[in-house]
Design a protein around this ligand. Structure first.
Ligand SMILES: C[S@@+](CC[C@H](N)C(=O)[O-])C[C@H]1O[C@@H](n2cnc3c(N)ncnc32)[C@H](O)[C@@H]1O
Length: 274
């Protein structure tokens, strides 16, 4: 029987957890901090951090809400949650949960935030709307996504390298996805407003990674791209690494675009009865 789509996502991030924190210094950390800052968090607030990974946005959020606040940080991946618990041992207000956030039940949050998570949902629109519904009326929502084809170059070079190392056919193009249509600021703002949010604003968070060989390989082993290495023997993975780095060199790739769009909005207050 084919694995559920969530299973593939979970397995890829389970495997990536060890290198996720190392890549975080270059990638997840700055994006997560910008996501938590955009939420305008205040001491004592209750936050849901969906698809929290190892806490790039959940940990700064926990610091901003302080000991009187709460951050429920939710991720599918057990290894990610274990690493988050280790990293947040001094932040009792951060509660890390291993769960599928598309079925998370608690609500009434002051802020619902998610950095680089919502495009993994099986139904991006319906599952995001459900998440928005977990914020209290007048609460804030912050969802961060990649801009354009940020990060895609790494996947292209990896796909070629895996094909060369395993003598397989080059990977097929990814199926078209909603995210391809809304990954620019104006389209993303429109999509968020259509989800019922008010005061929508989308900020562009520019980021470029310098692709030293170590960082370039971490981009694969510390992210969802890790899934492409599943089931390969370690010596084949070594060949993939060499081919991937060669492929980047051959095209003169020294930087990777890691720019994101940080979308914020507020949930509407009920209209009072006349
Ligand atoms: C690209 S990572 C981002 C992690 C973190 N927010 C950050 O910015 O570092 C995406 C995360 O989403 C998680 N994820 C994907 N679908 C999920 C779901 N339905 N419920 C909970 N977590 C999910 C994955 O396990 C992974 O840790």
């Amino acid at each position: 029987m084919a694995a559920a789509p969530q299973e593939g996502t979970r397995r890829a991030f389970d495997a990536a957890a060890a290198d996720f924190t190392a890549l975080g210094r270059h990638l997840w950390g700055p994006i997560g901090a910008a996501t938590a800052a955009a939420a305008g968090l205040r001491p004592g607030e209750r936050v849901l951090d969906a698809c929290c990974g190892t806490g790039a946005s959940a940990i700064p959020a926990a610091r901003l809400v302080g000991p009187d606040g709460v951050v429920d940080a939710v991720d599918l991946s057990g290894p990610m949650i274990d690493e988050l618990r280790r990293l947040s041992a001094d932040l009792p207000q951060l509660r890390a949960h291993r769960a599928d956030v598309t079925t998370w039940d608690a609500g009434g949050y002051d802020v619902v935030q998610s950095a680089l998570g919502i495009f993994f949902f099986p139904d991006m629109t319906a599952d995001t709307e459900r998440l928005i519904g977990l914020a209290r009326p007048g609460g804030r929502v912050v969802f961060t996504i990649w801009r354009g084809d940020a990060m895609a170059a790494a996947g292209r070079h990896l796909g070629r390298a895996v094909a060369a190392a395993t003598s397989a056919a080059p990977p097929a193009e990814r199926e078209p996805h909603l995210i391809d249509r809304i990954n620019q600021a104006a389209a993303y703002a429109t999509w968020l407003a259509e989800r019922g949010l008010a005061e929508v604003d989308v900020a562009v968070h520019e980021l470029r990674l310098t692709m030293t060989p170590d960082v370039a390989w971490l981009v694969i082993t510390g992210s969802g791209y890790r899934g492409a290495l599943a089931n390969l023997d370690p010596d084949v993975v070594d060949v993939v690494r060499e081919r991937y780095l060669e492929s980047l060199r051959a095209e003169g790739v020294t930087e990777l675009d890691a720019t994101t769009l940080i979308g914020v909005g507020t949930t509407r207050l009920p209209v009072p009865n006349r």
